[in-house]
Design a protein around this ligand. Structure first.
Ligand SMILES: C[S@@+](CC[C@H](N)C(=O)[O-])C[C@H]1O[C@@H](n2cnc3c(N)ncnc32)[C@H](O)[C@@H]1O
Length: 336
């Protein structure tokens, strides 16, 4: 199914180089055609995929135009290996960078025509038992996207004090039973595995809370994952820096999966004076996409365009008014 859809899309996009990038690589890209349309991929452009993952969005960017180049960043080395495999046919049009997007710095003088970030974890990370992101598999409490970092979920669960755990679960999990769950964790620790922790949380909440829409440990697991990977701080830093890497007219597209991310994305794009918002309301997956890929249900896509910066001619740059552009080009906020 994914291959058929990708094939159809490659036709639409004129992706003459398409190989097997549309097949299922363990992660189905969310809002893929919407994100590519929002980026309005331009010929000869250089694009940054800040969350390369299995390379699904990256492949769609490359397929959109035969002269496009892509820099793909991911903090998970395993994801990069999969992407290298999937995007191999595009050869040296792709550069791979193993980094947190918050620490990434483009080469000096490098700007991008478009930047994409598809936030959070991939299905590959979530579904692989040994990574400890999910209690669907009993695994060591790890949750690190980047295996080089020392902090694991086990360290948070087994060493943080009760108040800090409660605050974490409340703020990052938006869990109303945070205090009760934190107490239960402290009473029952040490915990080594996802299964043991999820079971303790299950038995630590009222019976009426146990069989709701989601498992009672879901929000706590989200909080732990966000803390272990510093995801929200990384997003804040990225939202500050990434727009400065865009060429004039370049676009940024961001896909978020929960309200803590989406709130940051919305305000980060709106409040940046160098950006023009392209999405007053977020773009959501179609019903068909939601039915085919339940993980897409909470996805929201937002985008913005970098305002054009007027060129300063040599006359103006030597004029008595210093480096300031003529007033008609100045943004409203700069005018006296
Ligand atoms: C939802 S997946 C991306 C899937 C990809 N768009 C695709 O179509 O295959 C998110 C990826 O972003 C990576 N990631 C999350 N936060 C990151 C960060 N701060 N810096 C770099 N990579 C990050 C994760 O390791 C994961 O591989």
């Amino acid at each position: 199914m994914a291959g058929v859809m990708a094939g159809a899309m490659a036709d639409v996009l004129g992706g003459g180089e398409m190989t097997d990038w549309g097949q299922d690589w363990g992660h189905v890209s969310v809002l893929r055609s919407e994100a590519i349309a929002l980026l309005a991929v331009r010929s000869g452009g250089v694009y940054l995929d800040a969350t390369l993952g299995a390379g699904g969005h990256g492949a769609a960017i490359l397929a959109a135009d035969p002269t496009v180049r892509l820099v793909g960043v991911d903090r998970d080395e395993t994801a990069l290996e999969i992407a290298r495999d999937r995007l191999g046919a595009w050869g040296d049009r792709v550069t791979y960078v193993h980094s947190n997007f918050a620490d990434y710095q483009p080469e000096p003088g490098q700007t991008f025509d478009g930047i994409l970030a598809d936030l959070g974890v991939s299905s590959m990370q979530f579904d692989r038992g040994d990574r400890g992101f999910s209690f669907r598999h009993d695994a060591p409490l790890d949750m690190r996207m980047d295996q080089r970092q020392p902090l694991t979920a086990a360290a948070v669960v087994n060493t943080w004090d009760e108040v800090d755990l409660a605050n974490l679960i409340y703020q990052y999990g938006e869990e109303r039973l945070s205090r009760r769950i934190a107490r239960r964790i402290v009473e029952g620790r040490p915990f080594e595995t996802t299964g043991a922790l999820a079971t303790a949380i299950f038995h630590g909440v009222p019976a009426s809370y146990r069989h709701g829409r989601i498992h009672p440990a879901t929000r706590t697991f989200q909080a732990l994952r966000l803390a272990v990977n510093g995801e929200l701080d990384a997003l804040d830093r990225f939202l500050e820096q990434a727009p400065t890497w865009l060429a004039p007219g370049g676009r940024i597209a961001l896909i978020s999966f929960h309200s803590l991310e989406d709130r940051r994305v919305k305000h980060g794009l709106r409040q940046n004076p160098d950006l023009t918002l392209l999405t007053k309301k977020p773009i959501l997956p179609t019903e068909a996409e939601q039915a085919a890929n339940p993980r897409s249900r909470s996805a929201k896509l937002r985008g913005a365009e970098r305002r054009a910066i007027p060129e300063v001619t040599s006359d103006q740059s030597h004029g008595s008014k210093g480096d300031r552009p003529p007033s008609k080009y100045r943004a409203k906020r700069d005018r006296p």
